[in-house]
Design a protein around this ligand. Structure first.
Ligand code: RP5
Length: 165
């Protein structure tokens, strides 16, 4: 039987996948298996409780949770597991993700959610933070993460080119 992926990517809706796929692709680039699930705090609360209460026993090490609007998913997940939870505010249509950001970031003391930037940047960085956590106990992954960052540095031109935006 295949072992449990260390990272769970959960999101409130299918519509969040356009953002959260960037977390998935970043984990893929680092060779980190992940389990991607739609878990809505509002529409599927029982699914959320079952996931979050069972996440550690299931073998997950880190949870990445993306949601938009009244984005309760990361906070509610964090309330039911002591695994690290990284929250990604999805860019909403009505308020451009500022609602998502404030819903996720402003947790009361005692239940932490590591809150990232709105949208793609947050999704990519959530995956990189998950990788950094896992790399604490995985030297091979630490090397892959360092290599990923080195490639990123090498890809940045020293000067802008006139015909590029
Ligand atoms: C939230 O409501 C989801 O995380 C999503 O960002 C937002 C809108 O969901 P849909 O109406 O597109 O399903 O729960």
């Amino acid at each position: 039987m295949a072992s449990q992926p260390p990272v769970a990517i959960i999101m409130g809706s299918q519509s969040d996948w356009a953002t959260m796929r960037h977390a998935a692709e970043t984990l893929d680039a680092l060779g980190i298996p992940h389990d991607d699930r739609i878990v809505s705090a509002h529409r599927t609360p029982d699914r959320l409780v079952a996931f979050a209460k069972g996440a550690r026993e299931a073998g997950f090490k880190v949870v990445i949770a993306g949601a938009g609007g009244a984005a309760h998913l990361p906070g509610m997940a964090a309330a039911m597991t002591s695994l690290p939870v990284f929250g990604v505010p999805v860019e909403s249509k009505a308020l451009s993700g500022q609602d998502s950001l404030l819903s996720i970031v402003q947790m009361p003391a005692g239940i932490p959610v590591g809150t990232l930037a709105i949208g793609r940047a947050g999704a990519v960085n959530a995956a990189l933070l998950a990788a950094a956590v896992l790399a604490l106990t995985d030297p091979a992954l630490a090397e892959r993460l360092d290599a990923w960052r080195a490639r990123q540095s090498e890809s940045v031109a020293e000067r802008p080119q006139a015909d590029l935006p």
